[in-house]
Design a protein around this ligand. Structure first.
Ligand code: SF4
Ligand code: SF4
Length: 439
């Protein structure tokens, strides 16, 4: 069986957040395989920890990706500050056509457009994908999962960091489908009675109030903060209030644009202009600004750049949604020729400064690897844990399943990923998810 087929069979998806089915990415010819180990979300450490723990498999994943795509070269992008992981990588790649590229400690070094530019000097066309400049990018966990797939082991576990207000911050591997609450308990429980949970990161993740929700193949981390933390207050401000404040308080200083990582790479993203159009909403959604269309929702403008604590990122999110609803074409800028801003590297935002602004420096602690033997009684496995169509259920209520057994298939001709049971047990419910309970 080919590498692509094995990866498809094992249900491997982009583990960094997007969940793009990995077998589709591998089905291309490219010049570079890039490993994204830049891990720039504040407080998360799981990519560095897993790369060090599973170094041989991660490198094997890169070699498999090179073989499948015909890439003669591979580059592993990682921050220089991860000294132990860098040493392990340099040791494991010695004599191989795999280079280790060191990044500074800034946000968002792990943005795909930034990573491709830093590693290859190539700029992805506006609104495009790395393939258009001859690159394919995989998160380090995805590479590990590819190597496992070649050994016939499907994706049944998820690696993540649990940190913040928990007794034992840690990076660990758990069965897909356990609850967020179980994850907090594994990390020793919350250390504050009234807490709020960020899933996926402080910058690009979301606040989740339902802790019975399951860990999926793309859950990158869980950060527990006290509910009265200013970041919680900021991020739970109702949209209407965000826009009302923005309308009256934005002084058009344009710091949001000047620090925007996509603007600095040369794309026509200008959040200050989007803020300017907040006042136009009464005249129709089509008047929302096109300068939001290439925004990647990194959150930097709202959480770092704006000196008045306004919400330009949320204005961009709203503008994109409204323009889509109005049927307007995506704005790709005045030219296809992209040139990075001369100040691009000079305006990288140091992670330490970002954490200071977010008010989370006291949570900047290691989250060392924890060998987790947790055996859940029950798991819930959503049929959509990937980009594309939901997987198609192939089991029924009452069926006994073994760990690693296929429980949902890729629908014929669709972009999707297979789903496997993460524990042995009995299927007790099938709706938008499959529930398996030990019996
Ligand atoms: S940084 Fe803040 S105040 Fe300045 S233009 Fe942007 S939104 Fe307005
Ligand atoms: S969220 Fe703000 S800083 Fe980030 S890409 Fe969008 S406009 Fe730029």
């Amino acid at each position: 069986m080919s590498i692509i087929d094995k990866v498809r069979e094992a249900g491997v998806v982009g583990a960094g957040g997007a969940g793009f089915p990995a077998h589709v990415k591998l089905d291309a010819k490219v010049d570079y395989v890039l490993a994204n180990g830049a891990e720039c979300e504040p407080l998360l450490h799981k990519d560095a920890e897993l790369t060090e723990t599973y170094i041989d498999q991660v490198i094997r994943g890169m070699e498999l990706s090179m073989e499948a795509t015909g890439a003669p070269e591979a580059i592993f992008g990682i921050k220089a500050k991860r000294t132990r992981t860098v040493a392990a990588l340099e040791n494991a790649t010695a004599g191989k056509p795999i280079k280790v590229q060191l990044f500074g400690d800034y946000y968002p070094a792990g943005d795909e457009f930034v990573l491709v530019y830093e590693c290859t000097g190539r700029l992805i066309p506006a609104g495009g994908i790395p393939l258009q400049v001859g690159a394919v990018v995989h998160n380090s966990e995805t590479l590990l999962n590819m190597a496992e797939a070649m050994e016939g082991r499907p994706v049944t576990r998820k690696i993540l960091t649990v940190t913040g207000e928990v007794a034992n911050p840690m990076s660990l591997s758990v069965p897909v489908g356990i609850t967020l609450q179980e994850l907090i308990e594994i990390a020793g429980g919350a250390t504050t009675p009234d807490y709020t949970v960020f899933v996926g990161g402080l910058m690009m993740g979301r606040i989740e109030s339902d802790l019975s929700k399951p860990v999926t193949k793309t859950t990158g981390g869980l950060i527990v903060l006290p509910s009265d933390h200013r970041l919680v207050t900021r991020m739970t401000t109702p949209n209407k209030a965000m826009h009302r404040i923005g309308k009256s308080a934005c002084d058009q200083c344009s710091y949001c644009t000047e620090f925007c990582p996509r603007y600095l790479l040369g794309y026509d993203v200008q959040p200050h202009k989007v803020m300017r159009t907040l006042g136009f909403t009464a005249t129709g959604k089509e008047n929302w600004s096109k300068w939001a269309d290439l925004c990647c929702s990194c959150g930097l403008c709202t959480l770092y750049s704006c000196p008045e604590d306004l919400f330009p990122k949320e204005a961009c999110d709203q503008a994109i949604a409204d323009r889509k609803e109005a049927g307007l074409e995506r704005w790709l800028g005045p030219t296809e020729e992209i040139t990075a801003h001369p100040m691009e590297s000079g305006r990288h935002v140091p992670l330490k400064a970002l954490m200071q602004k977010l008010g989370v420096k006291n949570y900047d602690r290691p989250a060392p690897w924890h060998h987790c033997n947790y055996q859940p009684r029950k798991v819930t496995l959503p049929l959509s844990q990937h980009l594309g169509a939901p997987a198609e259920v192939v089991v029924g209520v009452g069926d006994r399943v073994g760990a690693g057994q296929v429980i949902a298939e890729i629908p014929e001709g669709k972009l999707a990923a297979r789903l496997h049971a993460s524990i042995e047990g009995t299927v007790t419910a099938v709706n938008g998810s499959i529930t398996i309970e030990q019996s």
